[in-house]
Design a protein around this ligand. Structure first.
Ligand SMILES: NC(=O)c1ccc[n+]([C@@H]2O[C@H](COP(=O)([O-])OP(=O)(O)OC[C@H]3O[C@@H](n4cnc5c(N)ncnc54)[C@H](OP(=O)(O)O)[C@@H]3O)[C@@H](O)[C@H]2O)c1
Length: 275
């Protein structure tokens, strides 16, 4: 496992590895939250001007420290939630491949692999996708459909929640907790799934990696993809800054979602007029 040094700016601290930082965030701890659904963290990467992908992938926005944090967050999760679009374009494989990370999970009493939770309307997933073709992978398909997947070598189970083809994300998360004992979900996107989670008030924390580049508009798409897509969040979801890290001109921002007290459009307009 590579060890990239990341410097905490807020609160200020000594340089540390991604694994040490994730431990410091308390993400291995369980049992403090007894709500009906698991705690949901969203981890996304963006260019400084808001691009969420380059040439259809997020890899071009990433860097060594971002990758380390991405994997360290994964390592502490009970389930990694991803939209089917991201699973297809990013060609997800087995979630934890590094033996030191598997060991860290086992030392905490966790199974070697987090549950891979895939949100899909269509269940049109290629069983040859590396994740679905991995016999060690544990997969839960979250869908409102009655369709099933044929030919996967991974262990696949279904959480069927919702009506009229629309997945009920809250009900699916509650079932993840009840059926699989999931307490901490790490959502890795994509932007449409992240948007629906935000719109439904289901995000608890955002881990946003800001890549030091300006990427402009996507020449191949009508609308340039950002980290949230497909929903108008009005009033906007507001967040409270918990921490800032840096490495090699990348910034890593950690926020808590203040979902219960979303600021109304009127409040924002009146305060900006007053300033
Ligand atoms: N910047 C980042 O951090 C980041 C992170 C992840 C992905 N990306 C990029 O984002 C792009 C993909 O974007 P995207 O927004 O299309 O990804 P996405 O949200 O992963 O995929 C959309 C698809 O996922 C399923 N889905 C999403 N939300 C759902 C919901 N609420 N209920 C049921 N199914 C749901 C549907 O699958 P079906 O089609 O099967 O019905 C939908 O067509 C790629 O270019 C990827 O590289 C960027």
């Amino acid at each position: 496992m590579a060890r990239v040094s990341i410097r905490p700016l807020l609160p200020p601290g000594a340089p540390a590895s991604a694994a040490e930082l994730v431990t410091g965030f308390g993400l291995w701890e369980r049992g403090s939250d007894d709500g009906p659904r698991p705690r949901v963290l969203l981890n996304m990467v963006s260019s400084l001007d808001g691009r969420g992908s380059l040439e259809g992938r997020s890899a071009g926005l990433s860097g060594p420290a971002d990758r380390e944090l991405f994997h360290a967050l994964r390592t502490a999760a009970d389930a990694v939630l991803v939209g089917a679009g991201t699973l297809r374009t990013e060609r997800y494989g087995l979630l934890i491949r590094d033996s030191a990370r598997v060991r860290a999970r086992e030392e905490h009493g966790f199974p070697a692999q987090p549950l891979a939770a895939i949100a899909t309307t269509s269940v049109a997933l290629d069983p040859d996708l590396p994740l679905l073709a991995s016999p060690e992978a544990r997969v839960a398909i979250l869908t409102a459909s009655t369709a099933s997947l044929e030919g996967a070598r991974a262990s696949v189970e279904y959480i069927r929640a919702g009506t009229a083809g629309t997945l009920d994300l809250h009900a699916a998360l509650v079932q993840l907790r009840e059926t699989f004992g999931v307490e901490l979900v790490l959502c890795e996107g994509g932007p449409h799934l992240a948007g629906q989670l935000a719109a439904d008030g289901l995000l608890d924390e955002l881990y946003l990696s800001l890549s030091p580049g300006l990427a402009g508009a996507d020449p191949h798409a009508e609308e340039t993809l950002r980290i949230i897509a497909g929903v108008d969040l009005d009033p906007p979801v507001t967040l409270e800054l918990l921490g800032v890290l840096t490495s090699d001109s990348h910034l890593f921002l950690r926020y808590r979602v203040v979902s219960a007290e979303r600021v109304s459009r009127e409040t924002i307009e009146s305060s900006s007029l007053a300033s």
